[in-house]
Every structure is written in C-alpha cells, then in structure tokens.
Write a protein that binds this ligand. Sequence first.
Ligand code: NAD
Ligand code: ZN
Length: 268
Amino acid sequence: METKQSELPNLSELKKVAELLSRSQNTVVLAGAGMSKESGIPTFRGEGGLWTINGEPPLNQYEIFLDNPKQWWTEKFTPTNTDSFATALDQSKPNQGHYALVQLEQLGIISHLITQNVDDLHRQAGQISITEIHGNRYWIRCITCNSRWPKKSITIQQDLLPPICELCNGILKSDTVMFGEPIPPNLLETCHSATQKADLFLTIGTSAIVYPAAQFPIMALEKGIPLIEINPETTPLSEFALISLKGPSGKILPEIIKLISEIHTRKV
Ligand code: NAD
Ligand code: ZN
C-alpha cells in the first residue's frame, strides 16, 4: 500500500536520518508501545492510549504478587473477564517497522535493541540482539535467580502453585515486569553497556517517561551521542533530539530503509 505523504515527515529530514544511520555501525534503539500500534496493540499513554482513556492501574502489583503468589497463579488459570489488551497481543503480528529494524540489524547498523514491549514482536520479526527490559509475556522468570524460559517449554502443575524454579527453588512468575517490581539487574547492565558503546541512539514509539528505560537515551545524550526520535507526538526528549521525526514508525522506518538502499546503490 502506498504511504500517504501527510503521514511522513519531510523528505530532507528522512534523508538526514538515512545518512546518519548508513554511517553508523553501533546504533542502539529504545522502542516503546508506539512501535506495535500498527500491529493492532494499543499504547498506554499518548492519544487513544489505554491509560489516557481509563486512568493508570494500581502501582503495587508486585507487592500483591509477593503477598500471595499462589493466589496470583490460581487467578491466572481461572480468568474471570476477557481482557481486550491480552486479546490484541495474542492476535498481533510484527508490522513493517519491526521488519525494518531487523534489516538495520542485518546491515550492521543496529547493534542492540532495548524494548519496553512485552509483545514478542521484535523476536517474531527476527531481531537477534534484544533486551526486553519489561519482560516478555510469553516467558516465565524466576524472581530469585532471574533465569527465564519460554512458557511453552515448561509445564506448570495447577495443583502445585506457585511453580518453583528447578535451579534455585525460587518462585516463578510471568516474565512481564509488574508495577513495583525491580527490573533484573543483569538486563539493566546489558542496556547500560550497549548504550556506552553506541555511536547513534534511536528512540521509537516511547513516551520516554518510564524509568529506568528512559535513562538510556539521556545517558546517550550526556555522552554526546546524537539522538533521533520517531514518534507522532512530542515527548520530553524531542527538544534534545538531533532530529525528531513526527509520524508512525510502521511508515517512517520502511521509508528510511528505502533511502539507505539508495545511498548504498550510489556508493557501488
Ligand atoms: P507509552 O504507551 O507510554 O507511549 C507510547 C508512545 O507511542 C507515545 O509517546 C505515542 O505518542 C507513541 N506512538 C503512538 N502511535 C505511534 C506510532 N504509530 N508510531 C510510533 N509511535 C507511536 O509506551 P511506553 O513509553 O512504551 O511505556 C508504557 C509501558 O507499557 C511500556 O513499558 C510497556 O512495557 C508497556 N506496554 C507494552 C505494550 C506492548 O508490548 N506492545 C503495549 C502497551 C504498553
Ligand atoms: Zn531460580
């Protein structure tokens, strides 16, 4: 389908970003919920976001889990109401933006992708070097040793809840990071060291106000690493970005790929 020109930033800005990316060998990306909007998954914040409409959920989800993990798991096995967000996640497929990021990784431009999304779509598209900083909805994690497994690979016995880690006897929970739950330190360390080595930083579809994820573009800026942003709305990072491309990532990223291939063709 042809992209409407009005959805895209002007061509000279897109060309500048394509030039910057084509010279980079170490771009680090921070992706957020906006990245998956064109896969049919609503965002939380921003125009039409679930929290913009319904308000924010309770902030002590992890405390509730720790108080009674058995109860939490029992409820998991007996869902009482249909959750439209879960349905959207389960029915989603990667969009053109996800595939464009895979191409940028294969071209040796993107070295690491930090995603706040739990939807698995970067993996499904084929991205290799990823940190899922808020977890993956299709994985399970031990809260003691932080080992992770795809849900499909383990059997949870409903008469023995909560499930226990075979490696350390810790309690297992869904890998998705709950409100009030610390992010596993090993993940933060990976994001930190990737950012330290970056020569370009790209934020896509994130309101950039959820910490600690939002600290990585700030860290990059403090190191003098140029920041590029893709988001239809202005964020707290927009004024610091070298270029802020206003529009949907599923449309903008494939256009950038086209421009990068033109640059490569000119060079041969
Ligand atoms: P957010 O919901 O706070 O913000 C989404 C951002 O995406 C907004 O700034 C919005 O302007 C932008 N956006 C909307 N449409 C877009 C498009 N087509 N292209 C590019 N950008 C677009 O998201 P967040 O900052 O990622 O933080 C919320 C938290 O909620 C995340 O940590 C994540 O864990 C979780 N979440 C995950 C999913 C998912 O896995 N797909 C979806 C919703 C929320
Ligand atoms: Zn363990």
